[in-house]
Design a protein around this ligand. Structure first.
Ligand code: NDP
Length: 476
């Protein structure tokens, strides 16, 4: 029997993706560089559906129905290039290679252009949801040509997570659009986790709550507008008891956050495109800081303020305020992420539907949340807010939250509890809504020392003041 789709790279992700296709009635040809891994997969899971084992790239290609649909799930970077170089010569015009790994979108643009020359469709596809998602329904973000989506889309939609019957999969846009959006997803995930971690820290250090109590708080928040996968698992992690010590699990975990790099990519891309994603940047830097043992040890004795114990009533009030600060900061982080998507879309001509991105992140992926319904609605009915902050729903939420939000940032500052994510979010909100920014002074200084010129508020053109001379102004 001819296979509908082929998967090469049967690691953690590829194996589960192949099983997911098979469980949905597709015949899947499977291949892995190390053949024994493929054989073991067939032994373990061959009964779940129709698999065609392929021992070589040639066998895999021969097993596929035309136009061929080949998925590669190998490590990003050199491995992906190696696999493409191996398979491309075996394929024919009209065939498709989908890369489901976490590739950088610029690599995807390069690969897409190179394969197009051979008449092959290359689909860079973001897949979120980890090992479990790959098996039970991930959120899928394919880029590439519209023709390739016609052929691949129905298969991908059949294995994606579903929310209210809608598949969490949509054609994001040409070439690197899918991997770009996946990158921003991961960046937002960094920001979300940082804001959650700061909220936990504030409840512990300011309200004085124990982890089990904070777990209850998060469980309560998960019943409301913060309802999301990350809030839910935060409650579980905080409630967990360490078997070895009998104490809270969170207290035995080393406080050095690691990163695989997609947050860094997001911030680097945002710097290149000139988009302020301070929430994601603070999250990446907070992880970096946590890993610097030497300066942390050296600074550990530096003076800070006293932390008086809060009265239980005040602690309860503070907890409510933290919920508001968390929600408002989350709105800002997502507004920044959506700004980056909008700018990338313009820069690379992708025409990304920003409401559809919110829709496919409602299920399957790590940042799935009720909140994404609101973002989708903000882009509904042909609306396209310049920034999510001015969407009526979010505007109202920010207005309602702002006193609490300011109070939390002030309290954190006064008591010396670091809250870079929540603080940066508030600073962004205040900067964006400010009538005048001190950027005017920055321009004045730049003109003074570097003759970089400035524009005026009252006339067109560029100007330079003769700072070293009579301080008259000339047109530049
Ligand atoms: P694994 O380490 O489990 O598997 C890696 C696979 O790549 C193996 O099948 C390996 O083959 C193959 N491979 C590596 N180098 C080469 C090469 N040079 N030529 C041919 N095959 C090669 O990785 P994962 O399944 O976790 O990840 C795969 C991709 O999916 C990555 O890009 C990852 O970033 C992405 N991803 C991972 C997620 C996760 O939660 N793990 C979530 C979303 C995306 P062999 O058995 O022969 O070594």
């Amino acid at each position: 029997e001819e296979a509908h789709i082929g998967v090469t790279g049967l690691g953690v992700m590829g194996r589960n993706l192949a099983r997911n296709f098979a469980r949905h009635g597709h015949t899947v040809a499977v291949h892995n560089r190390t053949v024994s891994r493929m054989q073991r997969m067939i032994e373990d899971f061959g009964g779940e559906g129709a698999f065609v084992p392929a021992e070589s790239p040639r066998d895999l290609v021969a097993a596929l129905r035309r136009p061929r649909r080949l998925v590669t799930m190998v490590n990003a970077g050199h491995a992906t290039d190696a696999v493409i170089d191996e398979f491309a010569p075996l394929l024919e015009p009209g065939d498709m290679i989908m890369d489901g790994g976490n590739a950088h979108f610029q690599d995807t643009r390069r690969r897409e252009a190179a394969l197009k020359e051979r008449g092959l469709h290359f689909v860079g596809c973001g897949i979120s949801g980890g090992e479990e998602g790959a098996l039970h329904g991930p959120s899928i973000m394919p880029g590439g040509s519209p023709e390739s989506y016609e052929a691949l889309g129905p298969l991908l939609e059949s294995i994606a997570a579903r929310v209210n019957g809608e598949p969490c999969c949509t054609h994001i846009g040409p070439d690197g659009a899918g991997h770009f959006v996946k990158m921003v997803h991961n960046g937002i995930e960094y920001a979300d986790m940082q804001l959650i971690a700061e909220s936990y820290d504030l409840l512990r250090e300011v309200a004085g709550y124990a982890p089990a109590r904070i777990a209850d708080v998060f469980r309560g928040w998960n019943e409301g507008r913060l309802d999301s996968y990350l809030i839910q698992i935060t409650a579980e992690v905080l409630a967990h008891t360490d078997a070895a010590t009998g104490g809270p699990f969170i207290d035995v975990v080393a406080d050095r956050a690691e990163q695989k790099g997609t947050g860094r990519w997001t911030v680097g891309t945002a710097l290149d495109l000139g988009v302020p994603v301070s929430g994601i940047a603070e999250a990446v830097f907070a992880r970096s800081l946590s890993g610097h043992a030497e300066p942390r040890e050296a600074a550990a004795g530096l003076p800070g303020p006293a932390r008086p114990e809060l009265h239980p009533d005040d602690a309860r009030r503070f907890t409510d305020n933290v919920e508001q600060a968390l929600y408002a900061s989350k709105i800002v982080a997502y507004a920044q992420g959506w700004h980056l998507i909008q700018t990338g879309s313009q820069q690379y001509g992708w025409d990304i539907d920003r409401g559809a991105v919110a829709a496919i992140w409602r299920g399957g992926c790590i940042i799935r949340a009720r909140f994404l319904d609101e973002i989708r609605a903000a882009y509904g009915g042909g609306r396209a807010p310049v920034t999510l902050l001015t969407d009526p729903t979010f505007r109202r939420a920010l207005d309602e939250a702002q006193n609490a939000w300011r109070h939390v940032v002030a309290q954190a500052t006064e008591l010396g509890v670091p809250a870079p994510g929540v603080s940066a979010a508030l600073a962004y909100y205040d900067a964006l809504r400010a009538g005048r920014l001190p950027a005017a002074l920055v321009q004045g200084l730049r003109d003074y020392f570097g003759a970089h010129t400035y524009e005026r508020t009252d006339r067109e053109g560029s100007f330079h003041t003769l700072w070293g001379g009579d301080r008259s102004e000339e047109s530049a």
